[in-house]
Design a protein around this ligand. Sequence first.
Ligand SMILES: [Zn+2]
Length: 234
Amino acid sequence: MGEKKGKQGKPRSGKGKAGAKDADRRVGRRTLLIGGAAAALGTAALARDKLGHLWWRLPGVEKPRVAGAVDFRGAQWVAASAANWRRADRPDDYGIDRVIIHVTQGSFRSAVKVFQDPGHGAAAHYVVRKDGHITQMIRELDVAFHAGNREYNERSVGIEHEGFVERASSFTDAMYAASARLTAAICGRYGIPLDRKHIIGHVEVPGTDHTDPGRYWDWDRYMRLVRKASTASA
Ligand SMILES: [Zn+2]
């Protein structure tokens, strides 16, 4: 689950050495993307809505934002309060190379409710329910305040799971399966390696005092399911 309000809500003001390096890399990548999109348009005259399905490959200014749109097929859209995330243009302004696994420490319903609360100051992109239902509350384009670390918020997609870290029964077969499909899809979109360096728990975020997903989260099983889901969709 997320952090206290005010810790990470402000936009980045200046860029250090690493930031400058990132900017160089982005320019190169963006040029390639524009070239690719232009070539596709020239040869196939693809309909704009068709391109819209590949939004994460488009240069930032072209990315369509449709009310109620989700990034994962089958997810249900419920908007988080705008106070709990920051508008961005990922993966062009910030590259995405991490998926961060959370546990809500409460019911699905209560997690959705607090993410809609502007006073909460935190929210994740997705919430996975015990029965495998997935709700998306923040677009992957945008920076969700879920990791308690600005850099990790900017580079990651956050997935909450209904349940309690100290309750093994929280983590159901349906939840693991649905979450693994979601993580596999996210990793496929951004080219994130399917390993434990890139798919991490909140507890592994530098500087965090959070312990989720906790000792009952079965990482071996989860990673196996993610790889399987990735192979199945490829
Ligand atoms: Zn967490």
